[in-house]
Design a protein around this ligand. Structure first.
Ligand SMILES: [Zn+2]
Length: 170
């Protein structure tokens, strides 16, 4: 039932917003993207709008959902780390990724305790748990309790909210 609801919401959102087919360039480079420092950020959306590509901005700041099966990293099985596409905060490791079949990149655990914060989301007639970047509070997706062991959690993400960097081979 839950997956059906997710698909329905995605269809509704997809129906009223056009899907960006290509990453559109932001108007200036993003100076806020860094893997150093963990201090919270509280930037106005107007500033994020200048430095994020449009589809990334729409997900992270407007809480849009990309259409299932379309997001980047859905089938990426390379070793590495997934960072917040806005601020560079580490969100997930490739070790915590799994194929959920739901159409979005899915993880069973976050990178660490400060990677993700959650909030109750009552939009679209459902009660879900929204997941946001613990540093910039950008919208990442939702978490559900139908994931695999050992956590039983399914962190269902928008690929456009993530930036993957592969592990350096030694
Ligand atoms: Zn962030």
């Amino acid at each position: 039932m839950r997956l059906n609801n997710i698909a329905l919401v995605a269809a509704l959102v997809f129906g009223i917003t056009s899907c960006s087919e290509a990453q559109q360039k932001a108007s200036k480079p993003n100076p806020y993207y860094t893997h150093k420092g963990s201090s919270k950020m509280n930037l106005p959306d107007s500033e994020w709008k200048k430095v994020l590509p449009e589809n990334t901005y729409n997900i992270l700041r407007n809480k849009q959902t990309e259409a299932p099966g379309t997001g980047q990293y859905l089938h990426n099985d390379a070793a590495g780390t997934y960072y917040c596409a806005a601020c560079g905060n580490p969100l997930f490791k490739s070790d915590g990724k799994f194929e959920s079949g739901c159409g979005w990149p899915s993880f069973y655990q976050p990178f660490n305790d400060s990677s993700i914060i959650t909030s109750v989301d009552k939009s679209h007639g459902m009660v879900r748990t929204e997941i946001m970047c613990g540093r910039c509070h950008g919208h990442i997706g939702h978490v559900f309790d139908d994931g695999p062991a050992p956590t039983g959690q399914r962190y269902c993400t928008n690929g456009g909210a993530l930036h993957f960097e592969g592990a350096v081979k030694k």
